[in-house]
Design a protein around this ligand. Structure first.
Ligand code: ADP
Ligand code: MG
Length: 292
């Protein structure tokens, strides 16, 4: 690796908002065969918005939103923020929660007005022994359109569903296309549910989806991909993604992401544009060619 080629490559990247933090990053980007992309905040804008509120027969929309908003007000999860914002807009975020418990990768639990309220994904509902029969049809319908479905249970019974949409970034599909054109495999890695993830992957032309991954397991999934001998880059934005960014041969952080992700990455995309992933790989390849 000649210092001149590295300087040129690094400079070219910097001009385009692609910041290589080390020379190794340039070389590895040239050799990348698989790009793993986090869904929320990386392929999508990370600006979730409530689109649907569905309740069980004996629950009103207002009751559901009051209970759920009280729990989610204690959470820092982006989905929780979307739910609280929506409830606030209707003046339904006035209740207080007690005994709040965050369940990473699952959801949250707290007591509100004497009720035990559980808010989260299917795995959490199953863990809590919630019977979802009445709401299963609606849940599947929402997930099939790419919505993230948040399940709410009150005192051990399914009370309702909140559908949340997070639009793909404008250039995500184009980025996947360019990566494929470079002969690079693209994988989506997410904690979200399988059906939701598959729908969004389909919209973006991604053929491999690894969904319902717990925050602590993302790095292990990257390691599994590396076990086949492939050079793997991981693109992420969240605190959740940091171990996977460290595990990958090349860690790529979205510039708008969390500090931890940016600190851990080998490469930072200052414009938070997925199209800069293929750009980085091309700069790496160009640099490597000059180094030979
Ligand atoms: P990701 O950001 O990749 O979706 P997380 O591990 O943060 O991953 O969350 C995984 C899933 O757990 C979310 O998609 C959601 O279904 C559920 N979840 C986590 N925290 C909450 C919360 N506070 N409220 C509702 N659902 C939650
Ligand atoms: Mg994310």
């Amino acid at each position: 690796a000649t210092p001149t080629a590295i300087m040129v490559g690094t400079g070219l990247g910097a001009k385009r908002g692609v910041l290589f933090k080390n020379a190794m990053g340039l070389e590895t980007s040239a050799r990348t065969q698989t790009v793993v992309m986090d869904k929320t905040g990386t392929l999508t804008k990370g600006e979730p918005e409530v689109t649907d509120v569905v309740t069980a027969t004996d629950v009103t929309n207002e009751q559901l939103q009051r209970l759920v908003a009280a729990v989610e007000r204690e959470s820092e999860h982006p989905l929780a923020e979307a739910i609280v914002r929506n409830a606030e807009a209707s003046g339904l975020a006035t209740e207080r929660a007690e005994g709040f418990e965050n369940v990473p990768g699952h959801g949250a639990i707290a007591r509100v007005s004497g009720h035990r309220v559980v808010v989260g994904n299917r795995r959490l509902a199953e863990r809590e022994g919630i019977d979802l029969a009445e709401l299963a049809g609606k849940r599947d319908e929402m997930a099939a359109t790419g919505r993230t479905v948040v399940i709410a249970a009150v005192d051990g019974r399914a009370a309702g569903l909140i559908g949340i949409a997070d639009a793909p970034r404008e250039t995500s599909a184009a980025a996947v296309k360019e990566l494929h054109a470079l002969g690079v495999e693209v994988v989506m890695l997410t904690g979200d549910n399988q059906a939701t993830a598959e729908r969004i992957a389909e919209q973006l032309g991604i053929d491999t989806v690894i969904a319902e991954v717990l925050p602590g397991d993302k790095a292990a999934k990257v390691a599994e991909l590396q076990a086949s001998g492939r050079k793997v880059a991981m693109v992420g934005d969240g605190v959740n993604d940091a171990p996977a960014l460290a595990q990958a041969d090349l860690g790529i952080a979205i510039g708008a992401g969390t500090d931890v992700a940016i600190e851990t990455a080998d490469l930072v995309l200052m414009r938070s544009d997925p199209l800069d992933v293929p750009t980085a790989l091309r700069i790496g390849r160009g640099t490597l060619r000059k180094m030979r």
